[in-house]
Ligand binder design. Structure first.
Ligand code: CMP
Length: 140
C-alpha cells in the first residue's frame, strides 16, 4: 500500500461538494488515513506551491487557495499517486475524462476542485506539510 495527499480546494468546499468528493474517493477504493478542514494563509499556500513560483498563474493560485477552507487528506491505496491522478482527471476540467472528480465538480483550470500529489516523493513531502506524525496515524 502507498499514500498520497489530496486537497479538496476552496471552490469545492464552498459549493458544498466536499462530502460527495470524499465519497467518490472512498468508492474508488481509497482509505482515508488522515483528514481535516483548515484555511491556508499566504505564507503556507506560497510554500506549498513553491515549485510553481515562476509560473504566470502563481499569484492567482495562492490567492485562490487562501480564499476559503480546504480539506487536505491522506489517502491509501495500491499505487496511490497514479491511481488518484486518474480518478481526479486532467487539470483542466474541459479535458477531464467523464466520471472523474474534476469533470463532475471543477469549474476551470484554476478552480479545479481538488489537488493530488504528482509523485511518491512529493506525496511524502505534502503529507508532512499538512499532518504531524501523530495525526498521520502511523503513515509515513
Ligand atoms: P494542482 O494540482 O493543485 O497543482 C498546481 C495548480 O496550478 C493546478 O492544480 C491548477 O489548479 C493550477 N493551475 C495550473 N495551470 C493554471 C492556469 N493556467 N491558471 C490558473 N491555475 C492553474
Amino acid at each position: 500500500m502507498s499514500h498520497t495527499l489530496a486537497i479538496i480546494k476552496p471552490d469545492a468546499v464552498a459549493s458544498g461538494h466536499a462530502g460527495k468528493i470524499l465519497a467518490h474517493l472512498e468508492d474508488a477504493g481509497f482509505t482515508v488515513r488522515a483528514l481535516r478542514m483548515t484555511r491556508l494563509d499566504q505564507t503556507q499556500a506560497g510554500a506549498f506551491y513553491e515549485v510553481h513560483r515562476d509560473r504566470p498563474f502563481y499569484g492567482e493560485l495562492v490567492e485562490f487557495m487562501t480564499s476559503g477552507p480546504v480539506v487536505p487528506m491522506v489517502l491509501e491505496a495500491e499505487n496511490a499517486v497514479p491511481k488518484l491522478r486518474e480518478v481526479i482527471g486532467a487539470t483542466d476540467p474541459a479535458e477531464a475524462a467523464e466520471g472523474t472528480v474534476r469533470k463532475l465538480y471543477a469549474e476551470s483550470k484554476g478552480r479545479n476542485a481538488i489537488h493530488a500529489s504528482d509523485s511518491d516523493e512529493n506525496a511524502a513531502q505534502e503529507i508532512s506539510f499538512f499532518f504531524s506524525r501523530h495525526e498521520r496515524l502511523g503513515v509515513g
